[in-house]
Design a protein around this ligand. Structure first.
Ligand code: FAD
Length: 473
């Protein structure tokens, strides 16, 4: 929207991107995606006679220098909603407006701005269902797809950082993701059309089965703005109108876009959503600072195949299926009682779709400390979850190949498999695949005991809450 509005002014336009400190701090997977996405954007601008100008450092200084070099009198951008980025935008806008520069910002990344959805009393929502009802009441406006074939550029060429600089993520060590993803607008549209054309029709039935690959896998494209949620929304609604998908599948899919909106709605109300539990009593929870256990979880060696499959899918592709994110996160926070912020930090480093609001919402939801969260005492049994959502074991077989030859359901609980089945599958527990790092029943009981102590305000009885470990431990 910002680019289209700038072009409509009828004057030369300088499309630019500033690599600021946020980008420098992002995980390797995110930096890899961003680099690819910017390269695709640059190619698309070049096809219109323009190009992307890249600058590094503080946005305020980069914009200052561009204004000085071009004598531009207007700066347009698409808004970001992460608290630090939003504050930076406000500061830049105030400064520039004070100097008479025409500053305008646009909503490209959300169906509705977080502050526009309000309960009758005027407050924001803390529970998803009424939020969703309010959001769903009106279809969001369809996005304009308009862009001219040619974009006027200034006569004098402008200096630009090279696309592939050390800051850029070109060499972030995540190049192995190239076979899994096509960042950029064309890749996003291909994925959207493929999803709408086939998987949307089975979304309701299969979205929770990780092996079915029935979800859109648009999350990173949405995060980086390769595509906007309104485009996705209207494509899904059109599929229902044309009879290409059942309304129930489409509604289910739209409501997932709704969860993304809800995450930003909550972030707007709780700017420190990624650092502080929405339910304050969780600050008293006895998390265990066990760096070795955290590493075991990160590497997918817990001995619980469904957890390990998810963690390895993350390592190898930069993405994990939503159901498995829930199982793996539940295992970390409840079976291992490791602080949700350590898990969040690992996801932030490793996910191609790492997103401040969605990641924080997901972790607070699973840990039970969020606004509209799963109650802490409902503790997933990873084996039952696996038997339910990966009944034939094909997801585990794909990501934990050492268990490939075990039949289901034994593949989900190799420690309980018959010795003959293990031998036939060539598996020696403890050598080829680990024993479970904790026993489900006793880990569950200890988690419930810790929860009870937190609720009653009793002093820590077991191991003191560990220091925050940081995901790179
Ligand atoms: P689809 O099922 O096709 O859904 C369409 C879109 O809706 C997604 O692309 C996504 O933008 C949005 N969406 C779907 N589910 C959720 C959800 N539960 N919460 C918020 N938005 C949702 N999602 C991220 O984009 N970034 C994250 O960093 C992130 N971290 C998570 C951490 C945990 C612990 C959990 C449980 C979930 C997390 N999610 C995160 C949400 C969800 O897992 C992913 O959005 C989803 O798996 C992406 O796959 P998809 O695009 O195929 O989803």
């Amino acid at each position: 929207p910002a680019l289209a509005a700038a072009i409509e002014r009828g004057r030369p336009v300088v499309p630019f991107f500033v690599h600021d400190d946020d980008e420098a701090r992002a995980g390797a997977a995110s930096r890899w995606w961003l680099h690819q996405s910017l390269a695709a954007l640059d190619a698309s601008l070049r096809a219109r006679g323009s190009r992307l100008v890249l600058r590094a450092g503080s946005a305020a200084e980069a914009i200052d220098s561009l204004l000085a070099q071009t004598n531009a009198d207007a700066v347009y951008w698409n808004r970001r909603h992460e608290p630090a980025a939003a504050a930076r935008e406000r500061a830049v806008a105030t400064e520039l407006r004070g100097r008479g520069v025409d500053c305008r910002s646009y909503n490209a990344s959300l169906l509705a701005e977080p502050w526009t959805i309000r309960a009758s009393g005027g407050d924001g929502y803390r529970v998803f269902t009424p939020f969703w009802r309010a959001l769903r009441a009106n279809d969001p406006p369809a996005p304009s797809q308009w862009l001219p074939d040619a974009i006027a550029t200034p006569d004098r060429p402008l200096a630009s950082e090279p696309l592939a600089s050390p800051r850029s993520g070109a060499a972030s060590g995540a190049a192995e993701f190239a076979g899994c993803w096509t960042p950029g607008e064309a890749g996003a549209l291909d994925r959207l059309h493929a999803f709408i054309g086939s998987d949307l029709a089975r979304y309701g039935q299969c979205r929770d089965q990780p092996a079915a690959e029935a979800t859109s896998r648009l999350s990173a494209h949405l995060h980086f703005g390769d595509i906007g949620p309104r485009q996705v929304w209207h494509a899904a609604v059109a599929a229902a109108a044309e009879g290409r998908a059942q309304p129930s599948d489409v509604e289910r899919f739209l409501s997932e876009l709704g969860w993304r909106e809800f995450a930003y709605h909550l972030l707007h109300q709780f700017p420190n959503l990624a650092e502080v539990p929405v339910r304050p009593e969780f600050e008293r929870f006895e998390w265990i600072g066990d760096a070795a256990a955290l590493r075991t979880w990160q590497q997918g060696l817990t001995g619980y195949p469904i957890v390990d499959a998810g963690m390895r899918q993350l390592l190898q592709t930069g993405w994990m299926h939503n159901r498995v994110r829930m199982i793996a996160a539940s295992f970390l926070t409840k079976h291992l009682r490791i602080d949700w912020r350590d898990g969040q930090s690992w996801f932030r480093q490793r996910l191609v779709d790492a997103d401040l609001a969605n990641n924080a919402l997901g972790w607070q939801w699973v840990a039970g400390c969020g606004a509209d969260a799963a109650p802490f005492f409902r503790i997933f049994n990873p084996t039952l979850q696996a038997e339910r959502f990966d009944a034939d074991g094909s997801y585990v077989r794909r990501w934990v190949p050492e268990l490939r030859a075990l039949p289901a359901p034994a593949i989900h609980a190799p420690w309980a498999a018959r010795p003959a089945d293990l031998a036939a599958a060539g598996i020696r527990l403890g050598a080829d695949y680990p024993w479970p790092m904790v026993d489900h029943a006793s880990a569950r009981q200890q988690a419930l005991d810790a929860y009870r102590r937190m609720r009653s305000g009793a002093p820590a009885a077991v191991r003191a809450r560990g220091a925050h470990q940081g995901g790179s431990a």
